[in-house]
Design a protein around this ligand. Structure first.
Ligand code: ADP
Length: 162
């Protein structure tokens, strides 16, 4: 398991995970960055698989990205914590791993900090959940990268890892 601070769209891995919305049509944050870098083919491919329920995931080619695949998962919007948000966030990570493994030719994968931007999930708890699920899959893939985009999230991930 590695923690890398930077832009997930630049990573040379087999699959990157997108923090998508259920319409799978692109959006803001990491979703927008991935769609811009992959090109318009990505929205055509992902929209055809919509809608995607919260906590679920779908897979498409990576088109112009260095990554061969994009796994689009829908994390929960934080609504105070009483709406199953923790289980849904865990499910988003787990379903993404399941798709990557089922694909058969994915040995490296990178995840953004799902739900911690526009969706407002508390960052400390999200880091614990993300690191926890990544650890559970360590033996199944060669390389698992937590791609963080700011120093605060990086520190939370390092604490959760230790
Ligand atoms: P959500 O809607 O699931 O909250 P966001 O895209 O708003 O998704 O944010 C999720 C996380 O992705 C945030 O920590 C944000 O800082 C981070 N992020 C934004 N752009 C990028 C990028 N290009 N690469 C990696 N992480 C990114």
């Amino acid at each position: 398991m590695e923690i890398i601070e930077g832009d997930i769209t630049t990573l040379a891995v087999d699959a990157i995970v997108n923090a998508a919305n259920s319409a799978l049509a692109g959006g803001g944050g990491v979703d927008g960055a991935i769609h811009r870098a992959a090109g318009p083919e990505l929205a055509l491919a992902s929209r055809a698989l919509a809608p995607c329920k919260t906590g679920n995931a779908v897979i498409t080619p990576g088109f112009r990205l260095r990554a061969r695949y994009v796994i689009h998962t829908v994390g929960p919007v934080w609504r105070g914590g009483g709406n199953n948000e923790e289980a849904l966030l865990r499910s988003a990570y787990e379903r993404s791993f399941a798709l990557a493994i089922k694909q058969g030719d994915v040995s490296s994968i990178a995840f953004p900090a799902i739900s911690t931007g526009i969706y407002g999930f508390p960052k400390t708890r999200a880091a614990e959940i993300a690191i926890g699920v990544m650890r559970e899959h360590e033996s199944q893939l060669e390389r698992i990268i937590a791609c963080v985009f700011d120093a605060e999230t990086e520190a939370l991930y390092r604490t959760a890892l230790s």
